[in-house]
Ligand binder design. Structure first.
Ligand code: AR6
Length: 364
């Protein structure tokens, strides 16, 4: 997944580079800056002293010393005043410049804290939006794995309006497993009965077929010799089964990847427009493209349904091709249903909401 939100202490991230929300002196401080310097050891401060500080919105790179990553990119976010003092542009610059340095150093994986959202007072939901937008812009043109690291649950907030809309939708639509188990007994019995009766009809059909085979062979054999009294050879029966299976397998419905490629064409999208919008990386997409029978994870299949802006019915259809369905007893599914039925197809917005509700994110 090219962009992922994770809950973690950034100093523990074993990526190529972590980003530090520093101040203009680059000589350390509190918050994430303090944690990074503490974990990296004194050598980091020594190197920082040689850098002559850093301006707001700019970024500088150092080694990582005792940290598990390879580099630290230090950037200085704006202090939030009133939202009308160029804060957004400066914060965007922090992400852009840090990613640019990462790119020139050949960095493939990078982790950002929510810059400016602590001591510098940027409202957390807006800081997250700036982070997601700037990183997404960069990922449209570049390949990199980017993590937004959120330290603790309380430091993460999606807009309270969206949160309560989703909560309401969950309350109205989510069916707890217990309720499902209690209420479904009758239905389950009906399903098992149906399954049994289906199996029974299939058995009858098989017996009928076997009979027809022996009768058909019998006709030939009867006219030839007394061998007619012998039972049909088992090989013949298994060959006929194989023949049926071949026919069935040969007539399988359109597969997941075939449907995906068809929908991309029908939507007039390019492959890269689609996989980027789905938050899926290029390598993963080419695996899907080259394997007609590729079996994706549910979150991958749904990510493509979102990228293609499929309706709820079409989404169900696409999921079915991968062997999945949307269920009222899965919060993840109900949240997805909320977004699709409201025509909201921004994968990062959906992922932020999934994150807020402690669910798996969409993508690879
Ligand atoms: N891992 C990930 N995120 C963290 C961690 C951590 N270990 N610790 C804090 N955060 P802040 P700023 C989150 O205050 O607002 C320093 O003194 C935290 O919850 O570290 O850009 C500098 O020297 C918050 O969401 O940075 C500057 O003077 C986010 O990191 C000033 O603070 C940023 O909070 C910079 O302020």
């Amino acid at each position: 997944m090219p962009l992922e939100i994770v809950r973690q202490d950034i100093t523990k991230m074993a990526v190529d580079a972590i980003v530090n929300a520093a101040n203009t002196t680059l000589l350390g401080g509190g918050g994430v800056d303090g944690a990074i310097h503490k974990a990296a050891g004194k050598e980091l401060l020594k190197e920082c002293k040689t850098l002559n500080g850093c301006k707001v919105g700019e970024a500088k790179i150092t080694g990582a010393y005792n940290l598990p990553c390879k580099y630290v990119i230090h950037t200085v976010g704006p202090v939030y005043k009133d939202g009308c003092s160029n804060e957004k542009q400066m914060l965007t610059e922090c992400y852009k410049n840090s990613l640019q340095i990462a790119k020139t150093r050949g960095i493939e994986t990078i982790a950002f804290p929510l810059i400016s959202s602590g001591a510098y007072g940027y409202p957390k939901d807006e800081a997250l939006k700036v982070a997601v937008d700037s990183i997404t812009d960069f990922l449209l043109e570049n390949d990199m794995y980017v993590y937004i690291v959120v330290f603790d649950k309380s430091s993460f907030k999606i807009s309270s309006e969206l949160f309560s809309d989703i909560q309401e939708y969950i309350d109205d639509n989510y069916v707890d497993d217990d309720i499902l188990n209690r209420g479904m007994t009758g239905e389950l019995e009906a399903i098992s009965f149906y399954a049994l009766s289906e199996a029974y009809s299939r058995r009858l059909l098989e017996e009928e077929t076997e009979k027809n085979i022996s009768e058909a062979e019998g006709e030939v054999l009867l006219s030839e010799s007394e061998l007619s009294k012998m039972p049909p050879p088992p090989l013949a029966a298994s060959m006929s089964v194989k023949f049926d299976l071949d026919e069935i397998v040969g007539n399988l419905d359109e597969s997941f990847s075939e449907m995906l490629l068809r929908k991309i064409d029908e939507n007039g999208m390019t492959d890269s427009e689609c996989y980027k919008k789905a938050n899926i990386d290029r390598k993963h997409f080419s695996k899907i493209r080259s394997n007609k029978n590729y079996k994706p994870k549910k979150q991958t299949a749904l990510a493509f349904a979102i990228a293609l802006e499929l309706s709820l019915d079409e989404t169900e259809d696409m999921l079915k091709k991968a062997g999945f369905a949307l269920s009222k007893s899965s919060k993840f599914d109900v949240i997805l249903e909320f977004f699709i039925s409201n025509g909201i197809y921004d994968i990062h917005e959906i992922n932020e909401a999934l994150f807020a509700f402690d669910q798996t994110l969409l993508g690879a």
